[in-house]
Design a binder for this molecule. Structure first.
Ligand code: C2O
Ligand code: CU
Length: 762
């Protein structure tokens, strides 16, 4: 049995800090942080009117066990989602954040239990290497503040002193976090029986034999993350049941023009622009590859347009696949939405198509193919569109603007990992890349001046990766942070998919799931070098352990400004940066919809998964893994099982529980002017539950609540992250007639079925 230790649980090291820092003092019963109107996953209160689906109790509620003889006592801890402008609340290291809501019943007078006067709660890591004192608790419901531990225990003890720094007294109640159910030893023991080499060639798997060598290439093995636990039986899996595809077979990259960095195309109402999808030569780390690009560029040209403009795009398809372009997030004319089989026929190789594109709302958008997006977009067919607000003060001022398209690309050694020709591979978790790209570059660099306020337009164009971005000051030697490193910049979120937030907010990191956009302002006050990093908590599934993953995406070099620091920081732009503004324009527009916020739920959708004839070892391992699912699968830590699964073996499902209809059988009908409240539930009890970034075409929506907790700061969106086991309530504004698609924006989930239609009548 291979069991690599280097990835060992870093539970204590990274997490205890957060406990101490984040732990608020206890709040008395009925304290202000405990919103009575919120229905808790712990309670048996029925779901709101119109709804049947509720958040997973199993992931978001912990029942405490009383010690023998103390059974009259009981307790439960709700893991409540705290406010975040993003789809999920995490700290810069990627630890999920919860507000702990502790309800205790039947606690006696501590004096009846011995020499005690107080009842105190504690949080501890599972091995007790760290114990943090929460403080005195009592019968009733109380907030115990922020929890940021990956795995933890909650303990309730009777103590002689209310302020005892260490747990000394009698243990009354205890429980472990849902994540602590991931435990390796039993599973590994069980699996001994499944890791031999004899019986793995099961029916349904053998039929793939040899397919990997068909098509135009052969399948290399996916790369393993260093140190990740991996079973020999998994390493012996056959390639997926699809031919290996890479573009430009037989073409010498040297004969293709070298791709150029993106150009900005400024357009006015009525303008026309040509876009051509074609082969390009891309140089990455001084090697040349054949990939795709729009107009020979990477990313595609940035279309810079004024609000309310309409332009024409003459699209030419010069690649070997049929394709279309979808203008993600725009409320445009249905005929130009670019969905093959719904709004148009695919554009065959050599053919053209005219798109009329209307820009109804200020914000940051992007375009990409809507046919085999898992291949065509990943190979470089994506570009941004910036709709400049008609109000010059729509965002607070900034000194400059930068556009960052965030991506990851999957390499196997020096070569790109091929794609499935007939069908998508990597259909479990999506194709996680191991080469991080910003604007198509592995070594993104930005040079700015100290004190400048920079508006960053961030778009996640990856197939499946959810990023957790932050900046780290570097000390200049070896790229490591050190005491001498400059202080990280402050980050302020101002907008997202379809416009501005009601209020600007400070954040410590930026979370974007695929297809989401965030607009942030940053100011680097000190000169020096900074790393743009993605920091997340990966899971070593077979070891049952979390590990810190840190990907470097680029470098920001901050030059000392010519002026005295005080002068720069006193500029009007800087002064605006220092204040948190309410965006009155955005807030007023959203206020018109408040009357609908408490309306009954009109529709529900469940997100789940069905599998078909998986290889035996994959089926067995994944069943064992289902004791716990993390709210977000941040990292591709099951590379072999994931690679092997195509859309033949895996069907991702969006289901309307009211009718039982699934995927393209769902046919909702609305009328222009409808305002529809929809509850989205990501089913925890599916074969492999994970997050889904859900995108709705042609309309815009507000995210009203997560797990029943109202969202305090709204903005119009077109894509929302649905963490595992949660319910998310959205308010969909129906303004745009036609047949529209809604789907998961993990490219491989879209290919594996997770899409539906709704029709809007005029
Ligand atoms: Cu960006 Cu239907 O997708
Ligand atoms: Cu999905």
């Amino acid at each position: 049995m291979r069991y690599h230790k280097q990835i060992a649980p870093c539970v204590a090291a990274t997490l205890s800090v957060a406990v101490v820092a984040g732990m608020a003092g206890p709040v008395p019963v009925g304290g202000q942080t405990v919103a009575a109107s919120v229905s808790s996953p712990c309670d048996d209160t029925p779901p709101p009117a119109g709804a049947t689906l509720t958040p997973s109790r199993d992931l978001y509620c912990i029942f405490l066990t009383a010690r023998p003889g103390l059974e009259a006592m009981s307790g439960r801890l709700e893991l409540r989602t705290p406010h975040s402008p993003f789809g999920v609340a995490v700290n810069p290291a990627g630890n999920h954040l919860y507000e702990g809501i502790l309800t205790l019943e039947g606690l006696p007078d501590p004096a009846t239990l011995g020499e005690y006067n107080h009842i105190v709660a504690w949080l501890a890591t599972p091995l007790f290497d760290e114990i943090a004192r929460i403080g005195p608790v009592s019968n009733g419901t109380q907030s115990i503040g922020e929890i940021s531990l990956n795995k933890f225990m909650i303990l309730v003890t009777a103590e002689a002193r209310p302020d005892t720094p260490e747990w000394e007294g009698r243990l009354l109640l205890r429980a472990t976090s849902p994540s602590a159910r991931m435990s390796p030893p039993d599973m590994q023991e069980y699996l001994l029986g499944a890791t031999g080499t004899g019986d793995m060639e099961m029916a349904g798997h053998a039929e793939h034999g040899g397919m990997g060598t068909g098509g135009n290439g052969t399948w290399p093995h996916p790369e393993m993350m260093p140190g990740l636990t991996m079973f020999p039986a998994l390493m012996a899996l056959d390639p997926p049941g699809a031919s290996a595809f890479l573009p430009g077979a037989g073409i010498d990259p040297g004969t293709l023009p070298l791709a150029r960095p993106r150009e900005v195309i400024e357009l006015d109402d009525g303008d026309e622009v040509d876009l051509e999808a074609g082969l390009v030569r891309r140089r990455i780390h001084s090697r040349d590859y054949v990939m795709y690009g729009f107009n020979g560029q990477y990313p595609g040209p940035l279309l810079y347009v004024p609000e309310a403009a309409t332009i024409t795009v003459n699209f030419t398809n010069s690649i070997a696949w049929p394709t279309t372009i979808h203008w993600h997030g725009l409320r445009l004319d249905n005929a130009s939405d670019g969905v093959p089989g719904v709004t148009q026929d695919p554009v065959e190789p050599g053919d053209t198509f005219r798109y009329e594109i209307h820009f109804a709302d200020p914000g940051l958008y992007w375009y990409h193919p809507h046919h085999r997006e898992d291949v065509l977009k990943d190979l470089g067919l994506y570009g941004n569109m910036l709709v400049e607000p008609s109000r010059p003060d729509y965002y607070a001022p900034a000194d400059r603007e930068e556009f960052l398209m965030l991506d990851d690309f999957m390499m196997s050694g020096d070569e790109p990992m091929p794609f499935g020709m007939e069908r998508a591979t990597h259909t479990f978790m999506g194709r996680f890349g191991n080469l991080m790209l910003v604007n198509g570059e592995p070594d993104y660099e930005l040079e700015i001046g100290a004190g400048e306020v920079v508006r960053l337009y961030l778009t996640n164009v990856s197939n499946t990766r959810t990023f957790n971005l932050s900046f780290e000051g570097l000390d200049g030697s070896a790229g490591a942070t050190a005491a001498s490193a400059p202080a990280a910049p402050r980050i302020k979120v101002v907008g997202t998919d379809v416009g501005a937030f009601e209020q600007e907010e400070w954040v410590e990191s930026i979370v974007l799931s695929p297809a989401e956009r965030y607009i942030v302002h940053v100011r680097f006050d000190e000169p020096g070098e900074f790393a743009l990093v993605n920091r997340v908590q990966g899971i070593d599934h077979l070891a049952g352990a979390f590990f810190q993953e840190r990907d470097m995406l680029g470098t920001v070099r901050v030059a000392a400004s010519g002026q005295a620091p005080d002068a720069t920081l006193a500029s009007p732009v800087s002064a605006a940066f220092d204040t948190l503004r309410t965006n009155l324009h955005a807030a007023r527009e959203i206020a018109l919809y408040r009357e609908y916020f408490d309306a009954p739920i009109d529709h529900e959708l469940t997100f789940t998964l069905r599998t078909n004839e998986l290889p035996f070892i994959v089926d067995r391992l994944m069943r064992f893994d289902s004791a716990y699912f993390h709210p977000v699968e941040w990292s591709g830590t099951m590379p072999m099982m994931n690679w092997n699964a195509t859309s033949d073996e895996v069907e991702w499902i969006v289901r309307d529980p009211a009718t039982g209809d699934e995927n393209m059988d769902i046919a909702w009908r609305f009328e222009v002017g409808d305002v529809v409240k929809i509850r989205l539930h990501n089913e925890r009890r599916s074969f492999h539950a994970m997050q889904h970034p859900f995108h709705i075409h042609g309309q815009r929506f507000l995210v009203l609540a997560r797990n029943g907790v109202p969202n305090e700061n709204l903005a119009w969106k077109d894509t929302v992250l649905l963490p595992t086991g949660t319910t998310t309530d959205i308010l969909l504004e129906i303004t745009n007639p036609g047949p529209w698609m809604a789907h998961c924006h993990i490219s491989e989930h879209l290919e594996a079925g997770m899409r539906m239609l709704f029709t809007v009548d005029p």
